[in-house]
Each structure stands twice: as structure tokens, then as C-alpha cells.
Design a protein around this ligand. Structure first.
Ligand code: NDP
Ligand SMILES: N[C@@H](CC=O)C(=O)O
Length: 262
């Protein structure tokens, strides 16, 4: 939900510490993002991008050292990573999306993942950390389903029970066409100095993105120090355990900022 922005701002204003896994409060107005994240000693949100992976910690450390980050490229959705690698194995789109939900990878409504909006939110958080004063409207997002299957038209249950299967054929054709060219499909996020895009791409099977399996994310960070050879972070990018571990690590990190009372 976006509804917690007000209470979160009040909390940090009152000196409380906050740990977030929910991306939405950081992806509404830029002023809210700025206000929340300016309380560096009170807020952590590592799990909003890549669940338990240290993506935000790495980006903030590189920036803090004065090394300008020029580009971040990656596969930032555990759900879409899992779905794409299962499609390669010949499974039906509708089935693998339901399995991704059962495994705890998807958002409560999987259309948040399939629309690309969940990845776009992660891209926005990273772009804002890089200093870009942008909003969701500035990100080009490719959806994997048409508006006729959207939340305004049908419930999550109806989408899962009848809507999803309508996408099987089109997706299968895309997977087969890519395979004939020696490629696989990946949902890729690119954050550069001139803009952000998230969408489906054909990538060589034998590339860092093409080799991804399951719910793994991969993130390549390019900066002056990491110019020709980027800093690469890879591992499980969704799931209850890894997300909870990320949240717990953030809580411990904040606790360590305070002196223990004698
Ligand atoms: N799953 C993952 O891999 C990751 C998740 N996240 C983020 O973590 C958050 C939770 O995701 P996830 O655990 O997967 O989702 P789930 O659907 O498994 O859990 C959401 C929980 O929130 C509760 N809830 C929903 N609305 C309200 C409300 N208004 N008041 C109180 N409780 C509420 C739900 O209760 P009820 O069951 O009663 O509806 C449910 O227990 C999301 O913001 C997600 O983006 C971030 C990184 C990775
Ligand atoms: N639904 C998300 C969970 C983490 O943010 C994903 O699939 O990556």
C-alpha cells in the first residue's frame, strides 16, 4: 500500500527508526522519498530492491565514496526471472505464474509483477538514489498482459483462474521465436543517466542474463571504478526467507548505529 507514507514521515520526524520491504512509500512523490531517505540514520529499505541481496547497500557505498554510478542493468524480478526460465523449459505461462505465487515470489496481485510495475518501482528507487529527480511517469514500462485483463476489469482470482491462460499462446510464440535465434527472454531493467526502461528483451542464452535461473536476480553496477568490468550482484531476489533476512539485517544495522546503554 501507498497509505503508510504519512505515518512513516511522522515516525522519522519523531526520531523513530523505520525498515521497509514495501516499495510503494518510496515511489510516490519525490519530495516524500527525499524526506524519508534524508533521515539516513533512521531508515533502511534494502529489501525493496532484490529482497535480501545487498543492492542498495552497494549502490550507496559506491556513491558515498565519490564514485559516480553511470548505469545499472539487471533482472530485478524474482517472479519474472522464475517465469522466464520455466518458459524455456517448455512450461505454460499460466502454470508457472501460479507456481511463482505459491512459492511466495509474486506480489499479492501477480499483475503487479506481470505489468512490469514492480520492477519499475525498484528502478525508480535506484534512479532516485543516483540523484535523479524522476517519477514513475518517467519510466518506460512494458506490460506482459493487455488492459482487458487488468485490475480495473477483473479480480485477482478471476485473473488467475481464467485470464492468465489467455496469454499462454502469445508468450509461447515469443519464447519459440527467441529460441530459434539462440536467445531467451528476460525482463530487463536499464537505469542510465538519460532515462530508465523496463521491458522484455531477447538476450543470448549464453550471457549473464541468459544464464539466470529460478528466482535469481542479477544486477550490474557501472561506475568510474567499475567501468569496463561492472560490480555484479547475483542471487535469490524474491521469497519469504530472503526478504525476511534482508529486513532483519536492516533492523540489526540500525540498532548498531546506537550506542549500547551501560
Ligand atoms: N515476497 C517477496 O519476495 C518480497 C516482498 N517484498 C514486499 O514485501 C511486502 C509484503 O509482501 P509479501 O509478504 O510477499 O506479501 P503477502 O501477500 O504474502 O503478505 C502481505 C501481508 O500484508 C497483510 N496486509 C495487507 N494489507 C494490509 C493492511 N492494510 N493492514 C495490515 N496488514 C495488511 C496481508 O494480510 P492478509 O493476509 O490478512 O490479507 C498479508 O499478511 C510487499 O510490499 C512486497 O512488495 C519485498 C521484497 C521481496
Ligand atoms: N514480487 C517481487 C518480490 C520482491 O520484490 C519479485 O518477484 O521480485
Amino acid at each position: 500500500t501507498y497509505d503508510t507514507v504519512g505515518v512513516l514521515k511522522d515516525a522519522v520526524d519523531h526520531g523513530c527508526c523505520v525498515v521497509l520491504a514495501n516499495k510503494k512509500p518510496l515511489t510516490c512523490a519525490y519530495e516524500d522519498f527525499k524526506k524519508l531517505t534524508s533521515h539516513f540514520r533512521q531508515i533502511r529499505f534494502e529489501s525493496t530492491v532484490g529482497a535480501g541481496l545487498p543492492v542498495i547497500a552497494s549502490v550507496t557505498r559506491i556513491i558515498a565514496s565519490g564514485d559516480p554510478v553511470s548505469r545499472i542493468v539487471g533482472s530485478l524480478s524474482g517472479t519474472l526471472g522464475y517465469v522466464m526460465s520455466e518458459l524455456e523449459d517448455g512450461n505454460f505461462f499460466s502454470e508457472v505464474v501460479k507456481t511463482a505465487k505459491a512459492l511466495g515470489y509474486t506480489e499479492p496481485d501477480p499483475r503487479d509483477d506481470l505489468s512490469g510495475m514492480d520492477v519499475a518501482r525498484k528502478a525508480l528507487i535506484l534512479a532516485r538514489l543516483l540523484g535523479q529527480q524522476i517519477s514513475m511517469e518517467n519510466i518506460n514500462v512494458e506490460s506482459l498482459y493487455p488492459s482487458e485483463l487488468g485490475p480495473e476489469v477483473m479480480s485477482t482470482t478471476d485473473f488467475l483462474e481464467s485470464g492468465l491462460a489467455k496469454l499462454d499462446e502469445t508468450i509461447e510464440e515469443k519464447v519459440k521465436a527467441a529460441s530459434l535465434r539462440g536467445n531467451v527472454l528476460r525482463y530487463v531493467c536499464v537505469i542510465g543517466n538519460t532515462g530508465c526502461q523496463v521491458g522484455l528483451q531477447e538476450v543470448p542464452k549464453d550471457s549473464a542474463l541468459g544464464r539466470l535461473r529460478g528466482s535469481d536476480n542479477v544486477v550490474e553496477i557501472y561506475s568510474r571504478c567499475y567501468e569496463s568490468s561492472p560490480l555484479v550482484i547475483q542471487g535469490a531476489g524474491a521469497g519469504n526467507d530472503t526478504t525476511a533476512a534482508g529486513v532483519l539485517a536492516d533492523i540489526i544495522d540500525l540498532q548498531d548505529l546506537f550506542q549500547a546503554r551501560p
